[in-house]
Design a protein. Sequence first.
Length: 176
Amino acid sequence: MEYQIRKAVLDDAKGIAKVHINSWKSTYKGIISDEFLSKMNIERGIERWKGRLKNPSEKYQVLIAVDDQQQIIGFIDGGQNRGEKDKYDAEVYSFYLLEEVQKQKIGSEMLRRFAEELRSNGFFNMIVWVLKDNPARTFYEKMGGKYLEAKCLEELSVEEVSYGWKDIRELTKEIS
């Protein structure tokens, strides 16, 4: 499949919101309540992403993957760690690919490029939190992420686990 990875711009908000919602509905069916998934709303998603994309900075990055028709098929966003900054300075906030383009090395390339962006903006290491029952969790293990800890995500009544890379330069080598 032909695809391109680039930084997201404000006009990408709708496409990102669609991928976000569609990915949640396909990935988390049976993990998160149907009631919660059915309440996901494209208009709220677009507004949320417009808010995130409005003020780009080196402390927050959004990369997207687009197909040959320039349709968004995946995204990754993150930046400064929202948790314990003394252990990991950067964090992947969200990372989703449409189900039909998974397992085609697009995710590996996106994660590598994201790590490069973080590194160029002064970040040295990175953490990601993933739902424990998410089948894509093994992706981070294959990419060299080390299991760190688990915690309960109370608002969704599910458990999350974290993976970390002490040096994101190793992550880019691992994926290459």
